[in-house]
Each structure stands twice: as C-alpha cells, then as structure tokens.
Design a protein around this ligand. Structure first.
Ligand code: ATP
Length: 278
C-alpha cells in the first residue's frame, strides 16, 4: 500500500442493534486519489461513511480500525477529531447539511476564520473568491441568502465549498448527486472532479450506486454487498471484466444505457451471473 495513505479502513465491523451490517471491511484511499464505494441499497455504504466521518448513530457498535492521516479515529466523534484527522463531508440532503436560520455567508466564513486564521472580513472575501472559483454566479448575492433561497444544485455547491474550506485531507461524498436533476448532477460531478484528487486537493471517497457517475469521477472502486467487500479494482478493469454478480449487473446496465463503451475483456463471458441474460 502507498505510504501516503489518507484513509485506511481495516477489518471494520459495524453492528446495528446487535445485527452485523458491515463485516471485516478493508480498503484504503491514497492522497491524490478518487475512490468510489459502490454497493446495492442497504449494503452498508452510509453506515461505513458514518463510521469514517465519526457520525455513527448511538445504536451502531464499531469494531476494527479507521485511520485518517495515520490517526486512529474509529472511536472518536467528528467534533472531537484533530485537524489532521478531520474529513470534509458532502451529503445527498443539502437541507439538513446547512443551518436554515443562518445566511450562507455566515456559515461559509466560519471555516475560513477557524481553519485559515482569517479575520471576519478576510474570511468573507475568501468565501466570495471560493464561490467564484467554483463558477457560482453573483457570489456576493448568494452569500447573503439563506439556504432555502438557493436551488438544490447551488446548495450542494455551497456544501462542497464548506467541505473544502475546512482544508481536509479527505472528502467523503455520500450520494451527493442523487437529489439533483441530470444537468446539475453533471455540474456537481465536474466540480467534485476539479476540487479533489490531486496533490494539492483532498482525496475523495465517493459513495454511490451509480457506476456511470463513478466512472466519470473516480479511478478506482471498492464494491460491497451485504456489508462485505466483494471486488476492488480500477474502474477501467471493472468495466472490462466485472467479477461479482452485483458488479456484473451494474456494468451490464451501464453498457445498455451508454453504448460505445470499451468492449469487455477478450474471453469474458458477459452473460454469466446476470439475472436476465436474454
Ligand atoms: N440507524 C439505524 N438503525 C437500524 N438499522 C439501520 C440504521 N441505519 C442503517 N440501518 C440498516 O443497516 C443496513 C445498511 O444501511 P445503509 O444506510 O448503510 O445502506 P446503504 O448501502 O447506504 O443503502 P442506500 O444505498 O439505500 O442508501 C440497512 O439494512 C439499514 O436498514
């Protein structure tokens, strides 16, 4: 494994009310990487995200290890984590990610004051500059509004700006485009791509069941089913030669909806493991 590992999940087991939901999960994300955690509904993706972010509900028992930047954080709540081991987060539900009673500007200037040591005015200028760099039109005006006065796509971009302003080594994005229309989804994916996954920007763990979005954004995928890792590889390899039943179904569906993809690997039996092979 690369020495510049930002996130290392090792033998992670999550029990909810005594029931095992995530089982012996191991994967890592290196600095400069964008990795997708893919799995069917109910496979344990969001619970895994919660454990990584330190946001698990009280009913979840966590065993195993979550290391961020070399710091063991599995049993440390998000608010108690050191700056070095904190991650940024972007969720599907932008309404609950933002305080509805506080203007966007007041929310966005906070991390600039806290994590960049800027004065109030300088923090507001930094917030304006960040929104402008993220192609948000009329940033001054947007910063004066409350979250309810923005579109879903604008709110998601504000959430990404908030995550980036905290200067994290890692951003965890849990289904960030699911609630958005197709065009806004493309914009948010493009922005996530521009703002993460390089030497100077945070690494990304993108959580989704949309393999098409994963292919546009990530180099590598970790695939889970019923809480267990079933496949992990580059997306190029997975698209050419998916191994697990769920992955085969995903890749088959993607190929049906997006003709012109690179062919399966020579000798690969694309019908094996599909529910419908007709
Ligand atoms: N707070 C909770 N209390 C009880 N069970 C829970 C709780 N949160 C999740 N679960 C259960 O744990 C399992 C995994 O849930 P999780 O939300 O991680 O799945 P997911 O892969 O993110 O699904 P989706 O793609 O539909 O969001 C599910 O069976 C779910 O019902």
């Amino acid at each position: 494994m690369a020495t510049n590992t930002v996130l290392k999940v090792d033998k992670l087991c999550l029990h909810v009310e005594g029931q095992p939901v995530v089982k012996d999960l191991c994967f890592h994300v290196a600095a400069g990487e964008r990795v997708c955690l893919l799995g069917p509904s109910g496979s344990g993706k969001s619970l895994t995200a919660g454990a990584i972010l330190g946001l698990s509900p009280q009913s979840v028992q966590i065993d195993g290890s979550v290391c961020i930047n070399g710091v063991e954080v599995a049993d440390i709540r998000a608010t108690r984590r050191s700056a070095q081991s904190r991650s940024g987060m972007v969720f599907q539900d932008t309404h609950s990610a933002l305080n509805p009673l506080v203007s966007v500007g007041a929310q966005l200037r906070e991390p600039f004051m806290r994590f960049h040591g800027l004065s109030r005015n300088a923090a507001m200028e930094a917030a304006v500059a960040m929104l402008a760099a993220m192609n948000i039109e009329r940033p001054h005006e947007i910063l004066q509004r409350s979250p309810a006065e923005l579109s879903g796509g604008q709110r998601q971009r504000i959430c990404m700006a908030l995550a980036l302003a905290c200067k994290p080594a890692l951003i965890v994005a849990d289904e960030p485009t699911t609630a958005l229309d197709v065009l806004t989804q493309q914009e948010v994916l493009k922005l996530l791509r521009e703002c993460t996954g390089t030497a100077d920007t945070p690494a990304l763990l993108f959580i989704s069941h949309d393999i098409g979005a994963a292919c546009r954004l990530c180099e590598r995928a970790v695939i889970i089913d019923e809480g267990r890792l079933v496949e992990s590889n580059t997306l190029t390899h997975i698209i050419a030669s998916p191994q697990h039943r769920f992955t085969r179904q995903l890749v088959h569906a993607l190929r049906e909806s997006a003709p012109g993809m690179p062919p399966y690997a020579p000798g690969f039996d694309a019908r094996e493991g599909l529910l419908c092979t007709a």
